[in-house]
Design a protein around this ligand. Structure first.
Ligand code: C2E
Ligand code: MG
Ligand code: MG
Ligand code: MG
Length: 280
């Protein structure tokens, strides 16, 4: 019996692999049409001041409704990167986010934080795309933050720095995303000179299993370089309190709000503002 089971395994594996390859192929084909079919939309998640809880920025998070199925960005962003679609999709998100933010009458001073893939950043056209988004939306550049994940910096250090310099020359701010999860060295952090460091939620949510030491070390480094800090993935009051004790500047997580469509964001902020007014 054991032998039989063993023999059947490779076939099952091949079948599963075939199915999943087909699935990926379907997704990639679907993604190609997603912009035209208006299946992509942007949600916004508040990043609030640790002390006052006032929104400081809103992170743009892309959503894909693939014929009724919501596909996780952790799946479709890598697909878009592999297929080169990330250039069109990324430009679309950037433009959409700048236009939305320029019309946020509820939060005229808050910024919008847009995720930029390293593949987009390395593109010679990226700065042109950035300029166009700023010009079309008339968003003050100080109100735009670009979030770049730290992984892969090592391979492209010179080019990354040149692109970041061009971004900073426009008064757009740069955040390093998922800090601590990649391979970047501390000296890179210093030379690249980020405005904001985002502490990955894996450290926040495993604070008692080593996360605390990493957050403290990150805070020390960020303070040395004059960067601001955001802690991601805050789900409980206790987590928020501990981040406050460690001196984190801003917080983001389901404790405050999940990512929302632009209309729901307005309602959320207006409700928040009315609460603040009624307390005073
Ligand atoms: P990220 O930039 O680190 O974004 C934060 C992720 O954490 C988001 O997942 C958000 O929904 C989730 N999150 C926020 N608060 C909490 C919390 O309290 N608990 C938990 N469990 N999760 C929380 P999401 O929206 O699924 O996005 C996943 C990743 O996909 C993003 O990670 C980002 O790397 C990428 N991504 C999303 N939109 C874009 C985009 O427009 N362009 C690019 N290049 N990447 C994007
Ligand atoms: Mg991000
Ligand atoms: Mg992150
Ligand atoms: Mg992440």
């Amino acid at each position: 019996e054991q032998k039989k089971l063993h023999l059947s395994e490779p076939r099952m594996f091949t079948h599963d692999l075939f199915q999943s390859l087909k699935h990926v192929e379907n997704l990639r084909d679907g993604l190609q049409e997603a912009i035209d079919k208006k299946q992509l939309y942007v949600c916004y998640q508040p990043i609030v001041c640790c002390k006052s809880k006032i929104p400081w920025s809103f992170e743009a998070l892309l959503r894909w409704d693939f014929n009724g199925d919501l596909v996780n960005p952790d799946i479709f962003i890598p697909l878009a990167e592999q297929s080169g679609l990330i250039h069109d999709i990324g430009a679309w998100v950037l433009n959409r986010a700048c236009i939305d933010a320029s019309q946020w009458q509820h939060s005229p001073n808050a910024s919008v934080s847009v995720n930029v893939s390293i593949i987009q950043l390395m593109d010679d056209d990226f700065i042109h795309i950035l300029d166009k988004a700023l010009k079309t939306s008339k968003l003050p550049p100080q109100r735009l933050h670009l979030e770049i994940t730290e992984s892969m910096f090592a391979d492209n250090k010179g080019k990354v720095r040149a692109q970041l310099d061009a971004i900073k020359a426009r008064d757009v701010q740069v955040s390093i995303d998922d800090f601590g999860t990649g391979y970047s060295s501390l000296s890179q952090l210093q030379t690249l000179n980020f405005d904001t460091v985002k502490i990955d939620r894996s450290f926040v949510q495993n604070i008692d299993e080593g996360g605390e030491a990493i957050i403290k070390a990150t805070m020390f480094i960020a303070n040395q370089f004059g960067s601001q800090t955001v802690a991601e993935g805050i789900e409980t009051e206790l987590e928020a309190q501990r981040m406050d004790e460690m001196g984190v500047d801003y917080l983001q997580g389901f404790l405050f709000a999940k990512p929302m469509r632009n209309d729901d964001l307005r309602i959320w902020v207006e409700k928040l503002n009315s609460q603040v007014i009624s307390i005073n």
